[in-house]
Design a protein around this ligand. Sequence first.
Ligand SMILES: [Zn+2]
Length: 266
Amino acid sequence: MLLHILGSCAGTEPVAGRDYTSWVLECDDCAKYWFDCGGAAARTAYLKGLDPTDIRALFLSHTHLDHIAGIPLLLQTIKKQQWLVHDPSYQALPIYTSRPQILDAAREFFICERGNLAHASPEEFTLELHELSAGEIFRDNNIAVEALPNNHQPPDPATGKPVSYSFRIFCQNMTIVFTGDIANLDEIAPWLQQHVDVLLLETGHHKPWEQCEQIRLRGWNIDQLLFVHNGHCIFDDPVTAKKRADQAWGKPVIFSCDGMTFPLLP
Ligand SMILES: [Zn+2]
């Protein structure tokens, strides 16, 4: 099982060598599960050799553009790959999101772009909407995914529904938590009070060493701490930031970079 970082940057101004947030969990049968899709995630994935036509599902923590702007390019990459390999077997891309409107926006991109893709397969894949809610949202033979609303964005004023989520993934006896963007770690405390193998922790809105100290003081049992959605606290002085974070947690943390791949060993 592998964890690929496609984009490691928070929604700040463009940063050299850093694209916006996206990562992929690849299981031993090569099935891939995408979490967020910022920037040119599909390009990075393709160049890493990750086939875009076997994405089992795309989970969107919320619909800020640093987490979703790469969706049109992802759709284009899937379509192009279908044509290049003459394989129309990829029928549907399931997208899990709090904002159903995003599917209409994506379809508009399809419609606008279709005239330029004369060789598109007549069996073009469809987009399959799944609206997020709290609790288990996905299960197949590889993984189960739970969603938990957080306070990064207020609920939709029209419907009262939460629009910003964190995810917990169970896969091959491992537990992975992805914070998405959060206001405070307390929002996912119910998950952190149980053992977590890998915590993907956003730090664009926080100081990593302060998050590390909070985790240590609360006694949360986390094996691996992987910072994603990174911001200036890390970019401006990574050496000092790493030293402070390691000291605050009492163990080495990992500041992720674009293109990194981590083996996950249960
Ligand atoms: Zn963000």
